[in-house]
Design a protein around this ligand. Structure first.
Ligand SMILES: [Ca+2]
Length: 289
């Protein structure tokens, strides 16, 4: 397999109000009850804000920290995988007043500063793994095991209101995957936009195992799902595919109805990026150098 180069280290008449996501999410709530055990359930295009079963970001319990990107030979789950930069969440009924990435805590994701998670997949092979339901909970610390695959999700939201002047421009997502071997490693997701403040945000996930391992991206598994490129369990709609540029500089451009980098504020245009990972164990598969 050729491994990609890995990057290292609603309606306008509404008066803008942060609670507007509730309108869409009320529709989504019924779907979520059905979707809670299944990754690939998405609602129709009828304004649902949360298309699939998702983790809620927990309020970061520690200080912001740099993205961790190395491997460890001992497990220490107290070591932060990283999130940042530190940014203030506005009051419940307010938007951020400028284009801002994942700077909210009242939407469907809870605290958006915790925007990157993973879950064990029920898939037994790489092909089509992104369509398989997850079989475990969405987590920030994932114990990886032989013959299993893991679905990762990155949530992206413009925390400003939906006015055009607050649209994020050249919005991009990239992922760091460790290229080393160890019993613990970290991956971080980075979201950037030219006019965002801060310009870049990041959030991490920790992987660990009883054996020395590394992680590989499952080729072709990356995709974007949102209210335009919906994803459904019936496999008729699968979002839109993303390229391996997700793992390289300058990252994968995302968007709403095209991958043009533009994301309006409020919740209609929020985005989920998915991709699959598979651990390799050194005793069974030659680890990368
Ligand atoms: Ca996280």
């Amino acid at each position: 397999m050729t491994r990609p180069k890995i990057f290292s280290p609603a309606p306008d008449e509404w008066k803008p109000g942060k609670k507007h996501w509730l309108i869409g999410t009320a529709i989504a709530a019924c779907g979520l009850l059905v979707a809670v055990l299944s990754f690939a359930v998405h609602l129709d295009d009828g304004g649902a804000t949360t298309p699939i079963s998702q983790p809620s970001g927990a309020a970061p319990s520690s200080q912001a920290s740099s993205p961790a990107n190395a491997c460890r030979q001992k497990i220490n789950l107290d070591e932060p995988s990283g999130w940042g930069p530190a940014r203030t969440i506005p009051d419940d009924d307010e938007f951020v007043e400028w284009p801002a990435i994942n700077q909210d805590d009242v939407g469907p994701q809870g605290d958006e500063r915790d925007f990157y998670h993973g879950a064990e997949s029920s898939a037994t092979q790489d092909k089509g793994m992104v369509d398989a339901p997850v079989s475990g909970e969405w987590r920030n610390e994932i114990k990886v095991e032989r013959d299993k695959r893991y679905l990762m999700v990155i949530y992206v939201h413009n925390s400003a209101n939906e006015l055009p002047e607050n649209a994020l421009k050249n919005t991009r997502v990239k992922v760091s995957l460790p290229q080393c071997n160890g019993v613990q490693s970290f991956s971080n997701a980075f979201v950037t936009a030219d006019n965002a403040e801060p310009k870049e945000v990041w959030d991490g996930v920790t992987f660990y195992a009883d054996e020395i391992f590394n992680l590989v991206y499952i080729p072709g598994s990356a995709r974007m799902c949102n209210n335009y490129f919906t994803c459904r369990e019936d496999a008729q709609k699968k979002g839109t595919p993303l390229t391996d540029s997700l793992f390289s500089q300058p990252g994968q451009q995302i968007g709403y109805d095209s991958l043009d980098g533009t994301l309006l504020g409020n919740y209609k245009q929020d985005v989920y990026v998915y991709f699959g990972l598979r651990p390799q164990f050194c005793a069974k598969v030659a680890c990368r150098p």
